[in-house]
Design a protein around this ligand. Structure first.
Ligand SMILES: *Cc1c(COP(=O)(O)O)cnc(C)c1O
Length: 367
């Protein structure tokens, strides 16, 4: 039935608790460190705050619903979710593939921390992912990649992993579950940062894991209990509250991102633009097959760092800030963070402002 609904309806339904007469329509947050234990000492009840929380469960059911997963687990940040999955699934002596052109801290964690524990780490770009997977036990893919917005053919990658018996984990942060559903394309697990579009207001950090295999989810949940990278109940509630408007916000962000990409594309001073929704983008064909929407991020290369600074300085609507997926449009110069990109490379995140206002502002800021 839910498959028949549009994304805004699904977002609203995902955060709607069971209808109980007299109960609030919106689930209230439940901050709790310890719970009353019955004399039967029943293990299935909530007992301690590092193990259980009713607000996590509300959020996890919303996330599972949006990802098309059987279960989801909430974490204190995207990195907490990703590193917990890797710790739970990657055994000493195993080979893990991580994105060479994806989120830089995942790569750093793998090379600094996992390789010290006898794990072989292979870094592969989107284009190299399928080949690299033929030698792997666990593959972490990111598509579209952050910040370059290259795309991996997820169905092809999932088939390759399946033939080899490797576990495929997909970071769905940039696409969002409203843009693409990796589990339906054959991935075993999805990880994501809910700090970005899902929370969407630049005011909370959160992460999640979603999947369909009970043993994998149980192993990751056990890792969360033991190491404690948990999400506060109030933060879980903020994300939950935001998910209700995710469909609406994301639709506008995707519309704004396409308009921004087309405007930049038409400018001779712009060296290159990547957006999987542009019909002449090298990723468009695969993106069009596996993505429902092309996302709210545009990657652009201007002449140099000064050109990025001047764009931000001359704009009234784009803020100079990192992260993406929030209500404000923003510009981040990624070389600042050590991403392997040119000095004039900027990741632009489309906010929810009116499209005409953003484009007018961008055109005057480009001069
Ligand atoms: C931001 C981001 C992360 C990390 O998420 P945090 O919530 O900042 O820990 C992981 N992967 C991708 C693709 C990201 O953009």
């Amino acid at each position: 039935m839910d498959g028949l609904y549009g994304d805004s309806t699904r977002s609203v339904k995902a955060v709607s608790p069971e209808e109980i007469p007299g109960a609030p329509i919106a689930a209230p947050p439940v901050p709790a460190a310890a719970y009353h234990i019955p004399s039967s000492e029943d293990d299935s009840l909530d007992s301690y705050g590092r193990y259980h929380n009713p607000t996590w469960r509300q959020l996890e059911s919303a996330l599972a619903e949006l990802e098309g997963a059987a279960a989801a687990l909430a974490f204190g940040s995207g990195m907490a979710a990703i590193t917990s999955v890797l710790r739970a699934l990657v055994k000493p002596g195993a080979t893990v593939v991580v994105p060479a052109d994806g989120y830089y801290q995942v790569r750093r964690y793998a090379t600094d921390s996992l390789s010290r524990q006898g794990v072989t780490v292979i870094e592969a770009t989107c284009a190299e992912m399928v080949d690299a997977a033929t030698a792997a036990d666990v593959v972490l893919a990111e598509t579209p990649s952050n910040p370059g917005l290259d795309v991996v053919d997820l169905h092809h990658l999932a088939m390759t992993c399946r033939n080899r018996g490797a576990i495929l984990v997909v970071d769905n942060t940039t696409a969002t579950p409203l843009g693409q559903q990796p589990l339906s394309l054959g991935a075993d697990l999805v990880v994501g940062s809910a700090t970005k579009m899902l929370s969407g207001h630049h005011d909370v950090l959160a992460g999640y894991v979603a999947g369909c295999h009970t043993e994998q989810i149980a192993a990751i949940e056990n890792e969360r209990r033991l190491t404690g990278p948990i999400l506060g109940a109030l933060e879980a509630w903020l994300v939950l509250r935001s998910i209700g408007t995710a469909g609406l916000r994301f639709e506008r962000q995707c519309q704004n991102a396409l308009a921004i990409a087309m405007t930049l594309h038409s400018r001779p001073a712009v060296r290159s633009v990547r957006y999987p929704g542009l019909t002449d983008d090298p990723s468009h064909e695969i993106a069009n097959r596996q993505m429902k929407r092309f996302g709210g991020i545009v990657a652009v290369e201007l002449e140099n760092a000064a050109a990025v600074h001047s764009l931000v300085h001359n704009s009234e609507l784009f803020v100079f800030a990192t992260s993406f997926g929030g209500i404000h449009s923003s510009v981040d110069r990624r070389a600042r963070w050590g991403d392997p990109v040119p000095e004039g490379f900027a990741r632009i995140s489309a906010g929810i402002e009116d499209t005409d206002d953003l484009i007018t502002d961008l055109e005057q800021a480009l001069g």
